[in-house]
Design a protein around this ligand. Structure first.
Ligand code: NAD
Ligand code: DAU
Length: 348
């Protein structure tokens, strides 16, 4: 089988490629990634032993010519991870989100259509459903109500995927997963940001009252779900993916500080993210019952392992937290933290 994986140099895509190469000896992967600020070829160092079973192509999923040239070489299936993925950046400027997440998805779908690709998996998110009150969980029937420019572009892409299935009969499936954590996550997201800031005694910016709730899942459990959906999912279906691990943000931040032996005085409650969704929770009954998926990682030990990973990979995240990251950090956090404190988070 020859798989086109897009966004394979990002957090989830790189974990997925490593898992898939190890699991399936007959699998060949073409990895199309633009290497934006979030893409890092270092994440795929462990693919070297797999030789030509992993081929990297640097390029844009919205580049029709390039995508066509890759698909005409006999691609059996596509898994689309490529995206602009950070909510806060979408609030600063949504342009790249619209281009990659919406136009990019359409370009991939058109190419699948032209070249008769067997299956298209769209890796989507629980954020397309919007925000929950204190009770209940999102099922696949929940109406789409995205609240950030990021989630709006992901919802738009989901609708395009749906329409290509209905209109052209494309064999497409959508996964919608909750918040991932694990190795190689870019340190702009809550867990790696808090771990890496705490490691250098920088302030930890917690939005609002810190009581927003996210439903956490280990990235490997998400990758196993995507693999199952790729192989066995029903064409035209949506599958929610989540591990029933709901925590308020502040609890996670306090836990990280305690594991690192750092004081809670590092916590700063800062101005909230505009449009901040209060709570996510996923009902993953469908993927459990139809495809037999079960999450394996328990949140506490998964988080402990993740903290250890960042301690052991300090060179990795220090390199990542440089260059463009510093401009972003300044833009988003300077006012929130006050100039001097933001400087500490930048590693000064
Ligand atoms: P990420 O930001 O870590 O990685 C995104 C990757 O896509 C990067 O390697 C980047 O270089 C690449 N990319 C960006 N624009 C591109 C383009 N135009 N062409 C080709 N490559 C491009 O993101 P992630 O956290 O790994 O998320 C992967 C996917 O999973 C996204 O679609 C995201 O919406 C979805 N998702 C993420 C989470 C989460 O918690 N991180 C949860 C559910 C769903
Ligand atoms: O739910 C799935 C989504 O999870 C994915 O679709 C997105 O790609 C991914 O980025 C993530 O989105 P969130 O906005 O939930 O993740 P983030 O890590 O940015 O924030 C998690 C929570 O922590 C959220 O309530 C905001 C809060 N937060 C985040 C940051 C970066 C803070 O309090 N302070 C911060 O500095």
């Amino acid at each position: 089988m020859k798989l086109l994986v897009t966004g394979g140099c990002g957090f989830i895509g790189s974990n997925f490629i490593l898992e898939m190469l190890a699991e399936y000896p007959d699998l060949y992967i073409v990895n199309l990634d633009l290497l934006t600020y979030a893409g890092n070829f270092e994440n795929l160092q462990d693919t070297i032993p797999y030789g030509d079973r992993h081929r990297f192509v640097r390029g844009d999923i919205a580049d029709r010519e390039l995508v066509d040239s890759l698909m005409c070489n006999g691609i059996d299936a596509v898994v689309n991870f490529a995206a602009e993925s950070h909510v806060d950046r979408s609030i600063i400027d949504a342009s790249a989100f619209v281009r990659t997440n919406v136009l990019g998805t359409q370009v991939l779908l058109d190419a699948c259509r032209r070249h008769g690709v067997g299956r298209f998996v769209q890796v989507s998110t629980d954020e397309v459903y919007g925000s929950l009150g204190p009770d209940g969980a999102f099922t696949e029937c929940h109406p789409l109500a995205p609240n950030s420019p990021y989630s709006a572009t992901k919802a738009a892409a989901d609708l395009l995927v749906r329409s290509y299935h209905k209109t052209y009969g494309i064999d497409a499936v959508i996964t919608r997963c909750s918040n991932n954590y694990g190795p190689y996550q870019f340190p702009e997201k809550l867990i790696p940001l808090m771990i890496t800031n705490a490691m250098v005694d920088a302030p930890l910016p917690v939005y609002g009252d810190g009581l927003n709730v996210r439903d956490w899942i280990h990235v490997r459990d998400h990758c196993r779900a995507v693999d199952l959906v790729l192989r066995k999912g029903c064409a035209g279906s949506v599958y929610n993916v989540g591990a029933n691990s709901e925590y308020p943000n502040i609890e996670i931040v306090r836990y990280i500080l305690s594991r690192l032996g750092k004081p809670e005085s590092l916590i700063r409650f800062v101005k909230d993210r505009p449009g901040h969704d209060r709570r996510y929770a996923m009902d993953a009954t469908l993927i459990r019952e139809e495809l037999g998926w079960e999450p394996e990682a328990d949140f506490e030990s998964g988080l402990d392992q993740t903290i250890c990973w960042y301690i052991e990979h300090e060179t990795w995240w220090r390199r990542v937290k440089s260059g463009e990251y510093l401009t972003y950090y300044d833009t988003w956090y300077t006012e929130r933290l006050g100039g001097k404190e933001a400087g500490i988070g930048r590693g000064e």
